[in-house]
Design a protein around this ligand. Structure first.
Ligand SMILES: *Cc1c(COP(=O)(O)O)cnc(C)c1O
Length: 355
């Protein structure tokens, strides 16, 4: 037997490029163009480095309490036992897959969605079925019927930006009441409707959100899940079977500071939404067709030039957008909403390229 016969073989997820070059316009990984709250930066500066000799508080109660309070003000009454915190929502989603998808039946998700879902299924040996979206990229809730091993819906969806109405999420939850339905709301703060309001109505619902996009903290790696206490306990048991200490001391403080500064959060989100709506007009005028994105990115195809050519020409101008070389989406670009200045540079470059 060869050594490698015993390896777990997977084709890994490929994240967007992180070019190390200076002075580029980076619109390729849906990062927030604005810094996190000044209070987050202060929490990091004030952090007492000597406490690094201690392990973090393993339950992350301080941040879970803060999130529960924030979510209670915004959606429905919740406490810390309704909240699971992890190292970015990728960690939270991966824990949820491992915790909930053990029936041996196929987990279902759209064929055009976050391309990490099939990778987690592969690495955890979870069977899955990718369900085609409609030709306009929307998800048909009727396609998700019981008999599967679970459902995952990114809402709004990535990379299309399209939101599935909560009534349709409700239909999927009802139709699949014997399995867990994960709703990945990485982009919901940019104008979507959160399924958190449905948590008391469906005992099979897990909602996952992140600090990476709307809270400008992709580098801090904080994500969380919200669900009823039984589901959160199950995820927590799995976490404590793999790695008790996920978030670090410093970033627990940074996360708390972000949640406390709600005014800053709302102002920055509003800025992105305004820039996005303007971008929809600008891109349309330049000959692009775009979806009605409820996220911090646009999903665009051009009437005459191929996405690949536009992607490459933008790259030559040091403007990075995301291009997926995959059937069905290889004539689309996913363009992160940057600052107004960055977007103006993008429109100028595009005028040059398509004009
Ligand atoms: C960005 C993203 C995530 C993961 O974000 P983290 O940085 O790991 O929190 C999860 N799901 C979708 C759909 C995303 O776009």
């Amino acid at each position: 037997m060869a050594l490698s016969d015993n390896f777990r073989k997977v084709v890994p997820y490929v994240p967007g490029e992180q070019p190390q070059k200076k002075n580029i316009i980076k619109l390729n990984t849906n990062e927030n163009p604005y810094p996190p709250s000044p209070n987050v930066i202060k929490a990091i500066e004030d952090f007492d480095g000597e406490t690094l000799r201690l392990y973090p508080e393993p339950n992350i109660d301080k941040l879970r309490r803060e999130l529960a309070e924030y979510l209670s003000n915004r959606y429905i009454e919740l406490d810390k036992d309704n909240v699971f915190v992890g190292v970015g929502s990728d960690d939270v989603l991966s824990t949820a897959f491992l915790t909930f998808f053990n029936s041996g039946r196929c987990v279902e998700f759209a064929d055009i969605t976050y391309s990490f879902y099939d990778v987690w299924c592969d690495v955890y040996k979870i069977p899955y079925k990718q369900i085609p979206v409609k030709s306009d990229f929307t998800i048909n809730p009727e396609d998700y019927k019981s008999g599967n091993g679970g459902v995952v819906i990114a809402n709004p969806n990535a990379p299309t930006g399209i939101e599935l109405p909560l009534t349709d999420i409700g239909k999927i939850l009802k139709e699949n009441s014997d399995v867990v339905v994960i709703v990945d709301e990485a982009y919901v703060d940019f104008g979507g409707n959160s399924a958190i309001s449905l948590i008391n109505d469906y005992k099979n619902l897990v909602v996952v959100q992140t600090f990476s996009k709307s809270r400008s903290m992709a580098g801090a790696r904080i994500g969380f899940a919200v669900a009823n206490k039984e589901l959160i306990k199950a995820m927590s048991d799995v976490k404590f079977s793999i790695n008790s200490y996920t978030l670090t001391n410093m970033f627990i403080e940074a996360g708390v500071a972000s949640v406390k500064d709600n005014d800053y959060f709302e102002t920055q989100v509003e800025r992105i939404i305004n820039t996005r709506e303007k971008a929809k007009e600008e891109l349309t005028n330049l000959g692009f067709s775009i979806t009605d994105s409820k996220t911090n990115f646009l999903w665009a195809t051009h009437k005459s030039l191929s996405a690949r050519v536009i992607f490459e020409k933008l790259r030559e101008k040091d403007i990075f957008v995301r291009y997926f070389n995959k059937p069905g989406i290889d004539n689309y670009l996913r363009i992160t909403v940057g600052t107004d200045e960055e977007m103006n540079c993008l429109y100028d470059a595009l005028r040059d390229i398509v004009g």
